[in-house]
Design a protein. Structure first.
Length: 300
């Protein structure tokens, strides 16, 4: 049987997620990092599928899904959230075919920048992306610490916080902050996060001044986080780590761009450890990465 490539359907998403988890863990275990991924509800995939179905593709043979690709677009930025092939079918050209379909999505959307986050130890994915015109820009570290480790070292200034609400004024402010920091509005993604029960969003205030925003999830993970001035990064991350620790989660984690010195210093000062080195690749330079912490490799 030959492999067919077709648009993903809602009923494919659960299976695609288990394929992605097994492909990630196969890769991280082969490289000595141990397992990285676990199954989770496919809420963001479902959101993306409803929002813009052109970005989600499956590779199928004998009615078995062997590969999954998923991209989303905000303004002129196309982002490859996932590209995964079942470990026993890698090296057959499936990744190449899937990425060609998702790049058609970028073309159709008129996106001038193409972006993704991959594993810095995966030579195959990086080779594939470089050939498609996306180049390595900087590392991103997935870091974590136990709550006890973190709370043993509290110091540094913090900001006041209020919960993010889905009102027009807040959404406008969030969109403006993202335009300033990332160059694109992510208003639809803020709506998604604010309405996602497992995540809490906060306005960050430096006195009376709005400094940025931070999201914390039920598992103690921080991000996305953005600040409108570079000097605010350390206090914003300290504030977010406090909020995550107060939530009672046993581990606290974040995703820190190597280009953000203040956030990296803050995390190390609090005893956080690097778990996985990742890499941002893009077709051109963009963003103020000392002012933004991505949520994860799929959300950015
Ligand atoms: C990365 C991945 C999606 C690629 O899919 P695949 O079906 O195995 O890849 P393909 O067979 O289509 O192509 C791989 C290409 O990489 C090239 N490649 C392999 N090793 C390479 C290296 N060390 N340097 C440069 N290129 C390399 C191959 O030559 C091939 O290109 P070609 O067909 O033009 O010669 C798949 O291997 C995978 O799921 N890996 C684990 C998870 C992962 O890292 N996903 C990416 C997350 S962003």
């Amino acid at each position: 049987m030959s492999v067919i490539y077709r648009p993903a359907l809602a009923r494919d998403l659960e299976f695609a997620d288990s394929l992605v988890v097994s492909s990630i863990n196969n890769l991280t275990e082969r490289h000595g990092f141990g397992p990285m991924a676990a199954r989770s509800p496919t809420l963001f995939q479902q959101f993306s599928l409803k929002d813009d179905a052109d970005g989600l593709w499956v590779a199928e043979e004998d009615e078995r899904i062997l590969g999954f690709a998923w991209s989303w677009v905000c303004d002129d930025m196309w982002f490859l959230a996932q590209l995964f092939v079942s470990p026993d079918h890698q090296g057959r050209g499936i990744g190449n075919e899937l990425i060609a379909r998702t790049l058609d999505h970028a073309e159709k959307s008129g996106a001038s920048n193409r972006v993704l986050i991959t594993f810095s130890f995966n030579t195959v994915s990086q080779g594939l992306y470089i050939r498609q015109g996306m180049f390595p820009r900087f590392p991103i570290y997935s870091v974590s610490a136990s709550r006890e480790q973190l709370t043993g070292s509290w110091n540094g200034s913090r900001y006041d916080v209020t919960p993010l609400e889905e009102d027009a004024g807040t959404l406008r402010r969030l969109a403006e902050a993202d335009r300033r920091v990332l160059g694109v509005s992510r208003e639809k993604h803020h709506r998604y996060l604010i309405n996602n029960g497992g995540v809490r969003g906060f306005n960050l205030y430096d006195g009376n001044d709005w400094a940025g925003y931070a999201y914390i999830d039920a598992g103690g993970h921080v991000g996305p986080l953005a600040v409108i001035e570079p000097h605010a990064a350390a206090a914003a991350l300290t504030t977010a780590l406090h909020l995550a620790a107060e939530s009672g989660a046993s581990r606290i984690s974040a995703f820190l761009p190597g280009a953000g010195e203040a956030a990296l210093k803050t995390a190390m000062k609090h005893g956080m450890r690097i778990k996985f080195p990742m890499l941002l690749m893009s077709s051109r330079e963009f963003g103020n990465w000392a002012q933004y912490l991505p949520r994860n490799p799929g959300f950015m």
